[in-house]
Ligand binder design. Structure first.
Ligand code: UD1
Ligand code: UDP
Length: 372
């Protein structure tokens, strides 16, 4: 290999992907600076500063080498534009592998573009399943896993899903969760470097933190109304509810957002960690927020009929309440001040190291095969 480094293209586009990618970029810089060169491609799926640029600055992620500027749109058009742009990059420059994260349209586009060009795909957060194919994310996950060369499963349940679908044990890696790496790395910094609690007048365990952004919740007036009704009931009973509003939900709510008390713009990652760590209960339909509540031992009410993060419900740290006003309110009251037991589900905080070690050997091994 001489002095040349292996080249990896990281494809990201949505808020949770910047956060996940931060753990890998940090580890490339700390441990693989001499052997791996990472270029970042931002599809442009998320583009507001508070959904995108801010995370690169706050989490010290290298600036994207490419930004496709794809923006919002229907699934087909958005994914097609990403595919076109990623293909162009992969045909004009050699990469030894493409790293993709999670289950968004940016994940799907990275997986499809790379696999069709025979560039190995490495999927971080593989094996998650809701078994609900009406979710765009479930389609994205299933397809991304199928065309990936390495499947980095964050939990044992995710590994078991992949095994049950017939993937070879050789390509499944129980890596732990890069979001847990980040929560450990950043949570103390979040305590001292943010003033969100003070600005909002919040005290430990005296408020409910809520997030809502899933299409099936925002795009169904009945479901959105039921969730809002539950938040209103909780506020009326004297609980402060803090709702950092995803732009998708803000677009659907219109003037209805004034029904709620503390509606704020999306917050930064460090601010979010601090809000989660001190919330009495977290109400959410987000995948990442469910897990972060768990990392901090905070109970969680899940605004969905099912979850991919099944262990959280199985161990009693989370409860499924769907978009049912009364179920949400009663689950929240039940969970309020509940002490959460936290079995170690998400690894040891070194997922990024495990992932890069495996990728490094994978690329080396493939080179040998090619030479032979
Ligand atoms: C996407 C992912 C979802 C993930 C979420 C994380 C897909 C299919 N969905 O959902 O899995 O959980 O990101 O947050 O990939 N918008 C803005 N500014 C932005 C970005 C979006 O105003 O910077 C608004 C636009 O009106 C847009 C809408 O939000 O139409 C939805 O954005 P989109 O990226 O399509 O899906 P998300 O709901 O964000
Ligand atoms: N997050 C954030 N600011 C917010 C809301 C969420 O930084 O206002 C972070 C949160 O801490 C978590 C991630 O965004 O790390 C979750 O992303 P999101 O809920 O958008 O998507 P999902 O995880 O459901 O795909």
């Amino acid at each position: 290999m001489g002095n040349s480094k292996y080249k990896i293209l990281t494809v990201v586009g949505a808020r949770p992907q910047f956060i996940k990618a931060a753990a890998i970029s940090r580890t490339v810089k700390d441990k693989y600076a001499d052997s791996i060169c990472e270029d970042i491609l931002h599809t442009g799926q998320h583009y507001d500063d508070n959904m995108s640029g801010r995370f690169f600055a706050e989490l010290n992620i290298p600036q994207p080498r490419y930004n496709l500027g794809v923006g919002s749109g229907p699934h087909g058009r958005q994914t097609a534009r990403m595919l076109e742009g990623i293909e162009e990059v992969l045909t004009s420059e050699h990469y030894d592998g493409v790293l993709i994260y999670g289950d968004t349209n940016s994940t799907l586009a990275g997986a499809l573009a790379a696999s069709k060009l025979h560039v190995p795909v490495f999927h971080v957060e593989a094996g998650l399943r809701s078994r609900n194919m009406a979710m765009p994310e479930e389609v994205n996950r299933v397809v991304a896993d199928r065309v990936s060369s390495l499947l980095f499963a964050p939990t044992e349940a995710a590994c078991a899903n992949l095994q049950a679908e017939g993937f070879s044990d050789e390509i499944i890696v129980n890596s732990g969760d890069v979001m847990f790496d980040n929560a450990l790395y950043f949570s103390d910094v979040a305590e001292i470097s943010t003033d969100i609690m003070e600005r909002l007048g919040l005290k430990d365990s005296e408020y409910v933190l809520a997030t809502v952004h899933r299409d099936f919740n925002t795009d169904s007036p009945d479901r959105l109304n039921a969730i809002l009704g539950a938040l209103e009931q909780l506020e009326a009973s004297g609980l402060k509810v803090v709702l950092p509003l995803h732009p998708r939900t803000r677009g659907r709510l219109g003037s209805d957002q004034h029904r709620l008390g503390t509606v704020i713009e999306p917050v930064s990652y460090l601010e979010m960690l601090r809000l989660e760590r001190h919330a009495a209960v977290v109400l959410t339909d987000s995948g990442g927020v469910q897990k972060e509540a768990y990392f901090f031992g905070r109970p969680c009410v899940i605004l969905r009929p099912e979850t991919e993060w099944v262990e959280i419900v199985e161990c009693g740290a989370g409860e499924l309440a769907d978009a049912d006003e009364e179920r949400i309110v009663s689950a929240c009251r039940k969970m309020y001040e509940k002490a959460v037991l936290k079995p170690d589900i998400y690894g040891d905080g070194h997922a990024a190291e495990k992932i890069l070690k495996k990728i490094y050997f994978f690329i080396q091994y493939n080179y040998k095969i090619r030479v032979i």
